[in-house]
Ligand binder design. Structure first.
Ligand SMILES: [Cu+2]
Length: 116
């Protein structure tokens, strides 16, 4: 009995999906940035893909974490409030506080090399 070509295609594609993308599996890393004295505690933060970065506002003033190219955008964070974003793709992500645009920061997501 012949197997329809469409069944074979679906099976092949399913196998590819199960095999996952070529890139390394996502990692459950976390990183923290404190917002204090009208600045970000890590002006340049370097992380691996899959890292969830959490910003915490330690100032009395409200601040935001706003991506320059609108990849992420926190609401206004009052004292003690947090905002988290997971960086899945390598790249350089610049952000600032939309209430105080002189407050800037950068997250650099480094590519993961195979075999490391
Ligand atoms: Cu601010």
């Amino acid at each position: 009995m012949r197997i329809p070509i469409t069944t074979m295609l679906v099976t092949t594609m399913t196998a590819l999906l199960l095999a996952g993308p070529v890139s390394a599996p996502a990692q459950m890393d976390t990183a923290r940035v404190e917002i204090q004295a009208h600045g970000f505690s890590a002006p340049i933060l370097t992380v691996k893909p899959g890292t969830t970065v959490t910003w915490t506002n330690r100032d009395d003033d409200a601040h935001t974490v706003t991506s320059v190219v609108n990849r992420f955008r926190s609401p206004g964070l009052d004292t003690g409030e947090t905002f988290s974003y997971t960086f899945t793709q390598p790249g350089t992500y610049e952000y600032f506080c939309s209430l105080h645009p002189l407050m800037t920061g950068t997250v650099v997501v480094t590519p993961v090399r195979s075999g490391s």
